[in-house]
Design a protein. Structure first.
Length: 348
């Protein structure tokens, strides 16, 4: 019995440190080195091999860009087909986008995103024809993309959240054709930019760096930038690697993320709701004490909760009365507007 009590006490004491460890993040995950901005590419291409779900183009009358694109592709193979004879139900015109590291070398692969530009009903089962990717319209091709499309299932479709099949991705579908111009290590290690500027997080990063390297190596330039003073030569890369691997505990801002398609609510931090009343659509949400007469005549779509109720319980109550996802997002946005919620609200 005594041994069990000792083990329980040890686990209790270890729990806060475990939680603290989980809340820590490496500096490389919180910052971006100066000059290491991701490279974004784009292109226009064709998805082929669809099962009658492509652009509804017949003889160039509709979705003319798809027909003309197919004609241009066939001309490269010395095949001439009159546009008015083409029916493109198995082809879809798409916009291809990608984001990759500026340090990727020629031959390196990266993921690409594909989205329909016409009236295709679905891209499922399609294959992207080889598409040049450029950094800006009219610029030289820096990479190419091709391969079979992977359409996200997105969970089961409902009348409020139908499955979207007009966008897809191709893991490792892009190939860099030539090396990119990149900054030298000296320039890229001069400053670190916080992905989410915050003075508290910047202070913790500077303290961790100076404590590890035992000197005034880092200094706060502003709440979004940290200036580094590193040694010259080979030690510069080693010092920068040590800095990026250091773990700090960032300031977590209260944040509420709502999926407007399926009604998923994700809460970051302990967020409660203050007094307010929101009536939207067929739902009325009341936070606070209500008169007895109102409680007796509560309608089927009304939700009444006490002041200080956690946001998680508010979301559960709205789901219990089958509130549509769009109305859930609108209700929480209204609570933020009247000051009942002080957290940042992100609707996706």
């Amino acid at each position: 019995m005594i041994r069990l009590l000792l083990v329980s006490a040890a686990l209790t004491l270890a729990l806060p440190s475990a939680v603290a460890a989980q809340a820590e993040a490496r500096i490389r995950d919180l910052t971006t080195a100066e000059g290491a901005m991701p490279v974004r590419l784009m292109g226009y291409g064709l998805v082929v091999g669809l099962d009658g779900t492509g652009d509804r183009a017949i003889g160039g009358q509709t979705a003319g860009q798809t027909v003309q694109s197919v004609v241009n592709v066939l001309r490269r193979f010395d095949i001439e087909v009159p546009p008015n004879l083409l029916r493109m139900r198995n082809v879809a015109a798409v916009l291809v986008t990608a984001e990759m590291s500026p340090y990727l070398r020629a031959g390196g692969r990266f993921e690409i995103q594909v989205a329909s530009m016409g009236d295709a009903r679905s891209l499922r089962g399609g294959v992207l024809y080889m598409t040049p990717l450029v950094a800006e319209p009219g610029g030289p091709a820096m990479a190419t993309a091709q391969g079979p499309l992977l359409v996200s299932e997105g969970g089961s479709a409902t009348r409020y959240a139908p499955t979207i099949e007009t966008s897809a991705r191709i893991p490792s579908g892009g190939i860099l054709e030539a090396d990119l111009p990149r900054p030298t290590l000296a320039a890229s290690s001069a400053r670190l930019f916080l992905r989410e500027p915050d003075l508290g997080t910047a202070t913790r990063i500077v303290t961790a760096i100076n404590g590890q390297l035992q000197g005034d190596v880092a200094a706060i330039e502003d709440e979004g930038a940290i200036r580094l003073t590193l040694p010259d030569g080979a030690e510069r890369a080693t010092s920068l690697a040590r800095i990026l691997e250091l773990a700090v505990r960032p300031d977590l801002k209260p944040r509420l993320v709502i999926d407007g398609k399926d009604g998923t609510v994700v809460v970051g931090g302990d967020i409660t709701v203050g007094p307010a009343t929101v009536s939207h659509g067929g739902v009325t949400l009341s936070i606070g004490d209500a008169p007895a007469a109102d409680e007796a005549g509560a309608a089927a779509g009304s939700v009444r909760l006490a002041i200080g109720t956690p946001v998680q319980k508010v979301a559960s109550a709205l789901h219990a009365v089958q509130t549509p996802p769009q109305e859930i997002a609108a209700i929480f946005a209204a609570l933020r507007d009247v000051g009942a919620i002080t957290a940042e609200i992100i609707v996706r």
